[in-house]
Design a protein around this ligand. Sequence first.
Ligand code: RIB
Ligand code: CA
Length: 309
Amino acid sequence: MSKIPVWIDCDTGVDDAAAILTAGQLEKIEIVGISAVAGNVPLEKTTKNCICVSDLMGRDYPVYAGASRPWIRPYEDASSVHGNSGLGGAVLPEPSKAPEKEKAWEAIYREAVKRSGELELVATGPLTNVANALTLYPDLKDHLKRILIMGGAASGGNVTPCAEYNILTDPDAAQAVFRSGVKVYMFGLDVTEKAYVTRKELEEINEYGSPVTTFFHDSVEPRISWYEELGFPGSCLHDVCPLLYLEHPEIFRTEEAGVFVETQSELTLGKTVTDLFSDHQFEEKNAVVALDIDRDAFIKYMFEALKKY
Ligand code: RIB
Ligand code: CA
């Protein structure tokens, strides 16, 4: 059976790296391209990190650089969470190559047309590159199967009480994506904050002792204390969720919804407003929102993948 072609647009940081590593060993999917956007750390570092992770995997994925800043809002990184390099406590060798010459959005469009409607576009960072592609190439929406994002939250936030980092970093781009006409599968904090790895599980995977499991441990380990101080049982691996969904949708609970993004308000900027819990429904069910996950299965499948390298 032919594999599902998957493009990963990311701001490689710790959990983006875990997502790429996991996706690289899933049976049903084939990573056909990786693009970097400014987010957790600046574009130069996210681009370098994508290439370094590809090198660690022993793969030669084409990596493309994208936007260095959001559409309108000033760019704010998350290096306080992901470390100055973006890879937490891990150190990788210098990248084996430079990024490709094409801009991220050019490459996403080219690949989508080539895959004639089968390309799954997964975005685990701010949506600037994805929105650029949809805006510059109006027919892109006809060539994509779905857009799956780590971002937003039906309730709550992790930067403000109502906004999650990826959406808040570029709310205008996010709104363009939700309005694009392409179904958006939204893996927000509702589900990704349940997708955590505990300190005990992290030590267990570290005992496996391969370069990939050691990298995973070293990159995630500094964030465990940060999350524990916030009251979490472990470190949330947000970005793994949309990739694992492509292989194991059965471990998630999802609901169809209308979702749109607040781009004006000072108080609620970046909120993904859903009609999941309201009497009034949006006219358009433009999204599928993930609300729950079987965390034991999440850890099982992710660790199985990390051990396969
Ligand atoms: O809010 C979590 C998201 O922001 C994750 O994608 C993490 O990598 C950061 O980009
Ligand atoms: Ca990310």
